[in-house]
Design a protein around this ligand. Structure first.
Ligand code: NAD
Ligand code: UGA
Length: 467
């Protein structure tokens, strides 16, 4: 009897110790919107040992995700998705109501596209807010991860207060996302900062604890208010876009004088106050965010009665850049581009993504088509997305097919495959040996050695060689 009691006490103590060592179960996280941002956040949080539910109104997308199929190309994401499903740390649903009820932290990561007047369209954010209100069964923290116009957290708060069916309380946190497509997983796990806009330190701490295993210095987890957090996102994207437009405008100037912009920017960027990133000239910036967010900031400034002189010009310089590319190509080809075969290498707005939203290729191809050129396009990942937007050009399933009988090769995206272009092999399959490299990725010395007329944005080779 005495022995039994001792055994009971021993196991009770062990059990208590085990219990106190067991981390508190983490609150369930639901992410609403399983696009680039929502899915990356969900898979990365699952990798960081959080229990995540990913919800979306798009049933086809959810079905694909349940079957471990990533609906878009992002390096490493499909593998992360498969692992998270195998480990049962992630689930997918189109039943948004239940996903809300079961969560204690909700991320809103739905799309916020541009309206005709430049404003960001927050219809989807408002719709989600209404659904949350109707299913607010317990206290929840609602995190706005979508990029939303400054003040949106107030609108979401008002909607939930107006529509909610109980006295249950909630908090709204503004937590903008800074990941880049193509390196989204790396950026999520190794962010240079995390911005958390919250009303109280307690709420900030709860949200911060979600990122415990993320590789970020604690001083770079920034506690601020919602308004500042919302503003940071627009200012950051607009500043990066400003750098790109600046580099493009300088490259146009340097190209007129035959000066190597890349060499200029290399030395300019060595000044730590300036920094070397986002100073590469190119065909203009694209993507789902720079154009949209700069337009939205411009509109918000106008609404506030502030003349957005500089911000407006970020956009006009960017638009002009795409036409400059067409003009440069026409000049190279001898101005008569009608019926000429143009091999367009790269359709995505940048490398390592299949995203063509606002890609410079959209404008450039349409303009070349209107001039009568025959387009033979190739992108390692974005052919099918572009085909939906521009169906009536020739899509090639390899680089070699695209350049067959080309009168000029136009490089628009900096894919690794294009950097390794085998110039000695391709020179025999083209009609005319002309290359316009808008990304400065092809070895110019070798191109010229192989008899190509080679030109690049930011390196006006023709002018430099004629001087
Ligand atoms: P996306 O279009 O890839 O995905 C949005 C998803 O939300 C879609 O799957 C859509 O079906 C879903 N959705 C729309 N309405 C919904 C609703 N009512 N309920 C549930 N799901 C709904 O968009 P994205 O690129 O992931 O961008 C999302 C937000 O994040 C945007 O505000 C964007 O500006 C911002 N952002 C994007 C990036 C990026 O690299 N793409 C980076 C930082 C911030
Ligand atoms: C950008 C920001 O870098 C992210 O921090 C932000 O989270 C994201 O927008 C967003 O809000 O969606 P992303 O659009 O994925 O990320 O791509 P970037 O690498 O920033 O490139 C944007 C565009 O600028 C691309 O078209 C790229 O080719 C162009 N670019 C970039 C240049 O032309 N030159 C450069 O030197 C850098």
């Amino acid at each position: 009897m005495k022995t039994n009691l001792l055994i009971f006490i021993f196991f009770s103590i062990m059990n208590l110790q085990t219990m106190s060592n067991t981390p508190k179960p983490f609150p369930n996280v639901t992410i609403i919107g399983s696009g680039y941002v929502g899915l990356v956040a969900a898979c990365c949080l699952a990798k960081l040992k959080k229990q995540v539910c990913c919800a979306d109104i798009d049933k086809d997308k959810i079905d694909k995700l349940k079957n471990k199929i990533c609906p878009f190309y992002e390096p490493g994401l499909e593998e992360l998705l498969g692992n998270a499903i195998d480990e049962k740390s992630i689930e997918f649903t189109s039943n948004i109501e239940i996903a809300i009820e079961e969560a204690s932290i909700i991320f809103i990561a739905v799309n916020t596209p541009t309206l005709e007047n430049g404003d960001a369209d927050i219809t989807a954010v408002k719709a989600v807010a209404k659904t949350i209100a109707k299913h607010l069964n317990t206290y929840k923290i609602i995190c706005l991860k979508s990029t939303v116009p400054i003040g949106t957290h107030k609108i979401v708060e008002e909607i939930i207060n107006k529509e909610k069916i109980s006295d249950v309380t909630f908090d709204i946190v503004s937590i903008p996302e800074f990941l880049r497509e193509g390196s989204a997983i790396y950026d999520f796990i190794n962010p240079n900062r995390i911005v958390i806009g919250a009303k109280s330190k307690e709420v900030f701490d709860t949200v911060k604890s979600l990122f415990d295993n993320v590789n970020v210095k604690s001083e770079n987890i920034i506690f601020t208010n919602n308004l500042v957090a919302e503003t940071i996102k627009y200012v950051a994207n607009s500043f990066l876009a400003l750098k790109v437009s600046f580099a493009n405008e300088i490259s146009n100037f340097c190209d007129e004088l035959g000066i190597d912009t890349i060499a200029v920017m290399y030395a300019v960027g060595k000044d730590e106050r300036i920094g070397s990133q986002f100073l590469n000239p190119g065909p203009g910036f694209g993507g789902s965010c720079f154009p949209k967010d700069v337009k939205a900031l411009k509109k918000m400034m106008e609404d506030a009665g502030v003349d957005p002189k500089l911000i407006s010009n970020i956009l006009s310089v960017n638009e002009a850049q795409k036409h400059i590319v067409v003009k440069r190509l026409c000049t190279l080809i001898g101005n008569d581009i009608k019926n000429k075969n143009i091999a367009v290498l790269g359709l995505a707005f940048k490398a390592n993504t299949d995203d063509i939203r606002e890609a410079p290729a959209l404008t450039i191809i349409k303009e070349l088509k209107s001039l009568g050129a025959n387009i033979r396009a190739y992108d390692p990942k974005a052919n099918s997305n572009m085909k939906r937007e521009i169906p009536d050009i020739t899509y090639c399933d390899s680089l070699n097919t695209a350049i067959e009988k080309a009168d000029a090769i136009l490089v628009l995206t900096e894919w690794q495959e294009f950097k390794n272009l085998d110039l000695s092999a391709i020179k025999n399959s083209v009609n005319q040996k002309i290359i316009l490299d808008t990304r400065n990725i092809i070895n110019s010395v070798r191109a010229i050695e192989h008899g190509f007329i080679y030109d690049a944005i930011g390196k006006n080779f023709l002018l430099r060689n004629s001087k």
